[in-house]
Design a protein around this ligand. Structure first.
Ligand code: NI
Length: 137
């Protein structure tokens, strides 16, 4: 049976700061650069969620992309949009809010809500040029 991958894109804006408490200020700034700014900074995040499955013989759908978008909004972007990712979000605690870590946490929030097909990938773009991807491994 043919497996098809379907991707839905949603967006949110959020603030964060990358900082290791155990390090000196100098080391934090040399490692994290502007992302260590003490008074936070923002990103226009782009979230891409991909599911995989076999198209339904009647509808031709792997998933209703509108419904996938609704799940992404309800579970992720409405909770993260205009928030401080270091402080405000209940499922982001005690972890460095990098795109890498966020993809894992977003996967964990979404996986139980995907029905009739399989979650295949969570991609989070922090800028147009940098993204992290988690495939559940
Ligand atoms: Ni940043």
């Amino acid at each position: 049976m043919a497996i098809v991958y379907v991707t839905r894109v949603e967006r949110f804006n959020a603030a964060h700061k990358l900082w290791v408490e155990e390090w000196s200020e100098e080391k934090n700034f040399s490692f994290f650069g502007k992302c260590a700014n003490k008074n936070w900074h923002g990103h226009n995040y782009r979230l891409e969620v991909t599911v995989k499955g076999t198209p339904d013989p009647q509808t031709g759908f792997v998933i209703d992309a509108k419904k996938l978008g609704d799940i992404m909004k309800r579970e992720i972007t409405e909770k993260l949009d205009h928030m401080n990712l270091n402080l405000d979000v209940d499922f982001i605690k005690d972890v460095q809010p990098t795109s890498e870590n966020l993809t894992i946490l977003i996967w964990q929030q979404l996986v139980t809500h995907i029905k009739g097909c399989e979650l295949a990938s969570v991609k989070l773009y922090e800028t147009e040029n940098i993204f992290a991807e988690y495939k559940g491994e």
